[in-house]
Design a protein around this ligand. Structure first.
Ligand SMILES: C[S@@+](CC[C@H](N)C(=O)[O-])C[C@H]1O[C@@H](n2cnc3c(N)ncnc32)[C@H](O)[C@@H]1O
Length: 198
């Protein structure tokens, strides 16, 4: 992944225009960026050609931008969904170039109310939804969609469903086909990832 100066400009502008620039900068913590880099490097092994992607809990759109800038992935289009209405305009600025090309859209909404038809659905916010919400979410996915899930063991109040280890995350995730599972050590927590399908 290479970030050119045009994209860098829009990243900085997205931070600048956000309602809380310091909070938006949280999306660029070392652990956040490393987790997304890891996701992309593994996804490249399983992605269909020219994927369409929906990201759930997409926050301020950093993952979407990193995916677009992975030329090998060749993403056709990305929709980033977040329940926080303050994320939408920031994510649009973060992905301004692809937004102008009609390849990116940010939407405000609850991931549990989505019925995505994209070839890939990414949910890096599994720790932010309860098991009941997750099972409702999973019930709305299609059998042939590639699902990419991330969670962690970081015990803070907004994390309502952490997993103590990768095995627990696999049990929570209830996928019938897993093509990849793994974990990485980050300074404050472990990040888990599962790639598979319903
Ligand atoms: C703080 S971010 C970080 C999550 C993860 N570590 C990552 O980097 O993707 C979590 C995001 O999930 C969003 N979120 C929580 N519950 C959600 C839901 N039910 N539907 C959509 N977005 C949700 C929050 O608004 C927040 O922007």
């Amino acid at each position: 992944m290479n970030i050119d100066t045009e994209h860098l400009h829009h990243w900085m502008n997205a931070v600048r225009i956000s309602n809380n620039p310091m909070r938006t900068l949280d999306a660029f913590w070392h652990g956040q960026i490393k987790s997304k880099e890891w996701l992309i490097s593994e996804l490249l092994n399983y992605s269909p050609a020219r994927p369409t992607i929906e990201i759930h809990g997409g926050w301020v759109g950093v993952l979407a931008s990193m995916l677009f800038q992975t030329t090998k992935l060749n993403a056709q289009s990305i929709v980033s969904v977040d329940i926080d209405p303050l994320c939408q305009y920031v994510a649009e600025e973060m992905n301004r170039i692809e937004y102008s090309e009609n390849r990116f859209r940010a939407e405000t909404g609850d991931m549990c109310n989505r019925y995505p038809v994209t070839s890939i659905v990414i949910n890096t916010s599994c720790e932010h939804i309860t098991q009941e919400q997750y099972e409702l979410w999973l019930s709305r996915m299609f059998d042939d969609q590639l699902l990419v899930l991330q969670s962690n063991n970081y015990n803070i109040p907004e994390h309502v469903r952490i997993a103590q280890n990768l095995e627990e995350f696999k049990t929570q995730s209830k996928l019938s086909r897993i093509v990849f599972s793994g974990e990485i050590d980050l300074p404050l927590y472990k990040r888990y990832m599962i790639i598979g399908s319903k």
